[in-house]
Write a protein that binds this ligand. Structure first.
Ligand SMILES: Nc1ncnc2c1ncn2[C@@H]1O[C@H](COP(=O)(O)OP(=O)(O)OP(=O)(O)O)[C@@H](O)[C@H]1O
Ligand SMILES: Nc1ccn([C@H]2C[C@H](O)[C@@H](COP(=O)(O)O)O2)c(=O)n1
Length: 421
C-alpha cells in the first residue's frame, strides 16, 4: 500500500462513507468489533453472492493531477467495467474535519462480473493513487465486512485487517462542503494563481491565462464612480438590463469573464472543478483591474462577477436539496478579502417557467451548465440560494418578470438610492 494511502488509515474507523444512489446519499462507517448493529442500507438489497467494491482517490501531493485523475477514472471505469456493473459516486470523510473528503466510486457486481472487476481494480491499485476495498457478507451471513486491498511486489491481496460495516448518521452538512474552500471556491488571488501556475505543465493554455493577469492585486485606486454588478441565472435578462443601464447612465459595460479570456473559456470549461473554478476566479481579478481603470471616468456596469463564480461552484460541489448547502453565515459565502467590492450587486430572479419561455424564444445553444439548470430543479434552487447567502456585499434581489423597461426603472431606483447617481 502506498505511503499516501497509509495516511488515510490512522483514523479509518472514524471515517464515514457515503454512497450516492439515484441522487440520495447512504452513509455507513466501519468498526473492528460488531455490536449487533444493522446492516447499512446500501448493502441491504445486495444479494448474498454479490460483491461490492469501493475505489477512493486519495489526494497525492499534486492536487492538479489528482483532480484530473478523478475525472478520468470515471471514464475508464465506465469504459472497462462489465456493463452489468453498477457505478455510483462515493466519498469518505471525517465529520467536521476540513479537507478530509476523499472521493471515489462504489461498484456493485454479481458473481459473473467479479473476476473482470477484480482484474481491473488490481491493475488500478498498482498504477494509480487509489485505495480499493471490497465488501462481502461475513461468515455468519448476517453482517457485511470491508476488506482493504494492498499491493505487494507482484500481486494485490486483502490486508489481513477486516472491518464490519455499520450504519452511520447523515452528517450535519453535505460532505462536499468540507473541501469547498480553495478547491471549488478561491478566496484570494494567490490561491487561484497557484492552481493556474501548476497547470502550466499539462495545460498549455494556462500559460496564456497567466500572462493576462494583473501584476499586483489591488494596485489601482478605488474607482471614483459607482460600480454595479448584475447577477442572475441565464436568461433572467442580464444582457438586456446591462445594455440599457449602460445607455441610461453613460456607463462602461464590462462582461465577466472578461473578453480577453474568451479564447480560453471553452478549454477550461472541460477541466475538473479545481482548474475550471480557478480560471473563473482569476477572471474576476482581471475584471477588477478593468473596473479600476474605467471607474475613474464613468460608472461601471458588470455582467456577472464574484457572486456567479462562488454560487455556481458551491451549487455544483454540493448535490441534493438546498438544505445540503453550507449553512447561512458559513465562511464559504465570504467575499475574498483582496477582491474589489462593487457599490451594488443586483440579483435578477425569475419564475422557472418564464425563464424557460425566454430561453426558448432566444433560441441559442445552451452550455452543459445551462442544460443542467433546465433539467435539474434542485441545482437551480441551490444556485439561487447560494447567490442569496453570499455576503460582503450581499445582493439585492429584483423580480425580473415585469417588462424590460419596468425592470430597468426598478434597478435605476436602487442605484440612485444606493450610489447617489
Ligand atoms: N423583462 C423582460 N421581459 C421579457 N423578455 C425579456 C426581458 N428581459 C429580457 N428578455 C428576453 O429574454 C431573453 C434572455 O434575456 P437576456 O439575454 O438579457 O438574459 P441573460 O440573463 O443575459 O442570459 P445569459 O446569461 O444566458 O446571457 C432575451 O430574448 C431577451 O430579449
Ligand atoms: N464571473 C463569472 C462569470 C461566469 N462564471 C461561470 C458561472 C457559470 O458556470 C457560467 C455562466 O456564464 P454565462 O453562461 O452566463 O456566460 O460562467 C463564473 O464562474 N464567474
Amino acid at each position: 500500500m502506498s505511503k499516501h494511502a497509509m495516511s488515510l488509515l490512522p483514523r479509518w474507523c472514524s471515517r464515514v462513507f457515503s454512497v450516492e444512489l439515484n441522487g440520495a446519499p447512504f452513509y455507513f462507517a466501519v468498526k473492528e468489533k460488531h455490536l449487533g448493529e444493522d446492516v447499512p442500507r446500501v448493502f441491504r438489497e445486495v444479494q448474498n453472492r454479490d460483491k461490492c467494491y469501493s475505489v477512493l482517490v486519495y489526494c497525492s501531493r499534486d492536487r492538479i493531477k489528482t483532480a484530473k485523475f478523478y475525472g478520468e477514472l470515471k471514464d475508464k471505469l465506465l469504459r472497462d467495467l462489465p456493463p452489468e456493473c453498477r457505478l455510483s459516486p462515493m466519498s469518505s470523510f471525517l465529520p467536521k474535519v476540513r479537507d478530509s473528503l476523499v472521493k471515489g466510486y462504489f461498484l456493485k457486481g454479481n458473481s459473473d462480473t467479479s473476476s473482470p472487476i477484480e482484474r481491473l481494480l488490481s491493475d488500478l491499485i498498482q498504477h494509480d493513487p487509489v485505495l480499493v476495498c471490497s465488501y462481502s457478507p461475513a461468515e455468519d451471513g448476517q453482517q457485511w465486512t470491508q476488506h482493504m486491498w494492498s499491493e505487494t511486489a507482484s500481486q494485490v491481496m486483502d490486508v489481513a485487517k477486516e472491518y464490519y460495516v455499520v450504519p452511520s448518521e447523515a452528517p450535519e452538512y453535505h460532505p462536499s462542503t468540507l473541501n469547498i474552500i480553495n478547491s471549488d471556491v478561491f478566496y484570494s488571488f494567490d490561491e487561484a494563481y497557484d492552481v493556474m501556475k501548476k497547470c502550466g505543465d499539462i495545460i498549455p493554455e494556462a500559460k496564456a491565462v497567466l500572462e493576462l493577469l494583473p501584476s499586483r492585486v489591488e494596485a489601482r485606486n478605488k474607482p471614483d464612480f459607482p460600480v454595479i454588478v448584475i447577477e442572475g441565472l441565464d436568461a433572467t435578462g442580464k444582457t438586456t438590463l446591462t445594455e440599457s443601464l449602460k445607455d441610461t447612465l453613460g456607463a462602461t459595460l464590462l462582461p465577466s469573464p472578461p473578453e480577453c479570456l474568451s479564447p480560453w473559456r471553452a478549454r477550461f470549461d472541460q477541466e475538473p472543478p479545481l482548474i475550471r473554478r480557478a480560471f473563473y476566479a482569476l477572471g474576476n481579478y482581471i475584471s477588477a483591474d478593468q473596473i479600476g481603470l474605467k471607474g475613474a471616468k464613468t460608472p461601471v456596469i458588470v455582467d456577472r462577477f464574484w457572486h456567479s463564480t462562488a454560487a455556481y461552484a458551491i451549487a455544483t460541489a454540493v448535490s441534493g436539496p438546498v438544505c445540503n448547502l453550507p449553512g447561512e453565515g458559513s465562511e464559504v459565502y465570504c467575499w475574498p478579502s483582496d477582491l474589489f467590492q462593487p457599490s451594488l450587486v443586483v440579483l435578477l430572479t425569475l419564475d422557472p417557467e418564464e425563464r424557460k419561455r425566454r430561453l426558448r424564444n432566444r433560441g441559442q445553444g445552451k452550455t452543459d451548465e445551462e442544460e443542467e439548470l433546465d433539467h435539474n430543479q434542485l441545482f437551480r434552487l441551490r444556485v439561487e440560494e447560494a447567490y442569496r447567502r453570499i455576503s460582503g456585499p450581499a445582493c439585492v434581489t429584483v423580480d425580473a418578470s415585469p417588462s424590460a423597461d419596468r425592470v430597468l426603472q426598478q434597478v435605476l431606483l436602487l442605484i440612485r438610492g444606493k450610489c447617489h447617481l
